[in-house]
Design a protein around this ligand. Structure first.
Ligand code: T1G
Length: 690
């Protein structure tokens, strides 16, 4: 039952009940209409108290319905009936009241909330605008500036903030009790919000909202549309405003951006431990981290942030001191940014120790190795961990590229080894690749998913290959970029083309941040297995020879005078010209579209091979990796959701044309051939035997 009704004397109770978060689907809208009919049929009611069962008031409209045509009763009509009810509706809010849930609030004549609630209109995060009167009622109730901030950013507000802006009328530990004991007879109920005067146009706030949207959500349509709708309330009559809002909502929800953002919303929630993993995870209350460098310190802090106890292991006293300093720096930075309190910092410090004595980690149920990227170093570390920790402790490596099968094979029990690939900065980036070695046992995998859940990371199961899912795709992205660079472009033209696509930064600026030496080490590691017939672009190697390692050396693909903003470097442009000359290449200009086509098709092609090999379990997993680990624009839905929006035929056509230039580099993935032959999107492909 989605809506339950009951009566106690003159008080009617209507409860939203669609676990887990009272998403407002068709059944709930029908239930509310039935409740309104029931209320209308009652005699002697003083009020209707509206509440939500469980941990939410209502999480908003059921986004799973947005792909289908809307089915009446429509939520704006339900909201309008509540607002027009002869018997005043009183909202008793606990948990969250988001989107349509907040719009139900606005239909009520009095709103009381519990401490700790979150009230907001996050529709733009799903690529739509409020569709049940939010853009019309909210500015009337709280003013244009505050309504713009909530609706254009999707940011929720606390009970206190909501009360301060008159979005709610009061805060109480037991809102249901207070709502049912209000002295309706004497108190002044708010007039129906839609009857409130139009808000005054706050042109500065509108301009500020547009500027913020351009900065925070570039290329996204919904925030700008929402701003227009809120701004128009200054002179548009309510009914006209409602019609305009509804039309905007219906148009946006079937658009590419809304489909992409909905895809990401649900893919992120579906990213959890697969059913087939039955084993119990190792205890993770106490975790050993090996290596106190950037990654190790970031991982340690992520664990501390999740309330876990961390023993960080280093090789010697100097390493221990460096590790302590690195972790302390992160704690202090979090403190300075107000992310944690002084007490929180102390509490984290109390759960952190660093030592060169592996015996101090003997009680830990899990170890995460983040030592130097050398196979010999890792084998030594794992031998010491195995010697000091319980036999059933899970031993994880954070390696980005090295073969975890080889690490595992060096231990008596290889089943306890799993890859936990964090992304820098490890305490901020949400992606966690859980790498399943040939021998990795279910306990190791279950432990990886348990860590992801505890740290609120997005877990993606990956098979063992060079670079797993994300770095393998990244390698192709960079190779395609270097090829375009060699054949006629510049790092800044290529970066600009990809920023225009929606990346926060292009491949060259990104590499300057991470350091060119990492990719260089990987190219050297791959020398022995590289296809001699595959084109090799030597420009990046020349950069290393010139000591241009990136921002950390003051110069990489760009120069960073004084360590600040990036400046195009003519030396780099000349380097490309020189290498092209040596290779007897006739360079040409590349348009932004040509650059984007090459870099995106290279990644799509590689991602399809990753699906074929079972390295990734689904296209949605590849989307999670590219968005949460590599900055692929979320509003495009991730790499393969974007590919499917292009369509397999167009992708295959594009690759075939590029293959005429270079058949080896542009060999078409068999997955694309299969999808083309079967007429299916990539998301419907399943690897043989999957
Ligand atoms: N629609 C459908 N399913 C939803 C949902 C929604 N709006 N919100 C949550 N779920 C599912 C979710 O997929 C998961 O399912 C389960 O509920 C628990 O969610 C007309 C047009 C409320 C803060 O954008 O922000 O209203 O995986 O894992 O971490 O103007 O869910 O268990 O099968 O996220 O405690 C606007 C979206 C909609 C809010 C709870 N509302 N939801 O977080 O649990 S558009 C939103 C959230 C709209 C109107 C417009 C969070 C949460 P499963 P969870 P959580």
């Amino acid at each position: 039952m989605s809506v339950t009704t009951r009566r106690e004397g003159p008080i009617a109770f209507v409860e939203l009940n669609n676990p887990p978060v009272n998403a407002i689907g068709l059944a709930m809208r029908e239930g509310l209409m039935a409740a309104l009919d029931w209320v209308d049929a009652q005699e002697g009611l003083s009020r209707v108290v509206l509440s939500g069962a469980g941990r939410a008031f209502a999480a908003g409209a059921d986004a799973r319905e947005f792909d289908a045509d809307p089915v009446p009763p429509h939520l704006p009509d339900v909201v309008a009936r509540i607002e027009a009810s002869a018997v005043p509706w009183i909202a008793a809010v606990s948990g969250v009241a988001l989107g349509g849930g907040c719009e139900l609030l606005l239909a009520c004549r009095y709103r009381i909330a519990a401490p700790g609630v979150q009230i907001g209109m996050p529709e733009v995060t799903l690529g739509v605008v409020p569709g049940a009167g939010g853009t019309q009622r909210l500015p009337r109730l709280i003013g244009m500036a505050k309504a713009l901030d909530m609706i254009a950013t999707g940011r929720a507000v606390t009970a206190e903030a909501a009360e301060a802006m008159s979005l709610i009328d009061g805060i109480a530990d037991n809102p249901l009790f207070v709502a049912s004991h209000l002295d309706i007879g004497t108190m002044e109920l708010s007039v129906p919000v839609s009857d409130l005067p139009k808000p005054v146009l706050d042109a500065d706030a509108v301009e500020a909202a547009r500027a913020l949207a351009a900065k925070k959500t570039p290329n996204q349509i919904a925030p700008l549309r929402a701003i227009d709708l809120v701004a128009s309330t200054a002179d548009m009559e309510f009914a006209e405003g409602m019609a305009t809002e509804r039309a905007a909502f219906l148009t946006l929800r079937t658009g590419d951006q809304a489909r992409a953002l909905r895809h990401m919303f649900f893919a992120e929630r579906a990213a959890r431990q697969p059913e087939w993993i039955k084993a119990e995870p190792a205890p993770i209350d106490h975790v050993a981290v090996v290596g106190g460098g950037t990654m190790g310190a970031g991982i340690a802090y992520a664990l501390l942030n999740a309330g876990l106890t961390v023993t960080l292991l280093e090789t010697d006293a100097e390493g221990v001191a460096r590790a302590k300093q690195n972790v302390a720096k992160i704690v202090d930075a979090s403190l300075k940014r107000g992310l944690i309190t002084g007490e929180g910092a102390e509490e984290r410090r109390a759960r952190f120790t660093a030592s060169s004595d592996y015996a101090e980690a003997a009680q830990a149920g899990l170890a995460i190795e983040a030592a130097f990227e050398s196979m010999e170093v890792k084998k030594t570390v794992f031998a010491k961990l195995a010697a000091h920790m319980a036999e059933d402790a899970v031993l994880a490596t954070n390696t980005s590229y090295l073969d975890i099968n080889e690490i595992a094979a060096s231990l008596p029990d290889p089943s306890r080894v799993v890859g936990l690939h964090f992304f820098a900065p490890a305490h901020i980036m949400k992606l966690l690749e859980i790498v399943r070695g040939d021998q990795t046992g279910e306990r190791g995998l279950a432990t990886g998913f348990a860590v992801a859940k505890r740290l609120r990371k997005v877990p993606v199961l990956a098979g063992v290959c060079d670079g797993f899912i994300g770095n393998r795709i990244l390698a192709r992205y960079r190779e395609a970029a270097d090829t375009v660079l060699m054949d006629g472009s510049t790092p800044w033209e290529i970066d600009e083309a990809m920023v225009a696509f929606g990346y926060a930064m292009g491949p060259y600026e990104a590499q300057d941040l991470s350091g060119l030496d990492i990719a260089h080490a990987n190219r050297r590691r791959q020398d022995a297995t590289r296809d001699p017939n595959r084109r090799y672009i030597p420009i990046a190697d020349r950069m290393i020879e010139l000591g241009k390692l990136g921002k950390k050396t003051g110069a990489g693909w760009y120069r960073y005078p004084g360590g600040n903003g990036k400046v195009e470097d003519p030396i780099v442009a000349d380097l490309a010209l020189e290498e092209a000359h040596f290779a007897k290449i006739t360079r040409r200009d590349y348009t932004d579209d040509e650059i984007r086509e090459r870099l995106l098709l290279a990644m799509i092609n590689e991602a399809c091979d990753i699906l074929a090999e079972g390295i990734a379990a689904s296209a949605a997993d590849v989307d999670l990796v590219t968005v949460f680990g590599y900055g692929f624009p979320r509003w495009r839905g991730g790499l393969l959701h974007y590919a499917d929006s292009l369509g397999v035929p167009a992708i295959v056509d594009g690759l075939r044309k590029l293959a005429e230039e270079d058949p080896i580099a542009w060999r078409i993935s068999p997955v694309l051939e299969t999808c083309l032959a079967d007429g299916i999107p990539i998301r419907d492909y399943s690897a043989p035997g999957a």
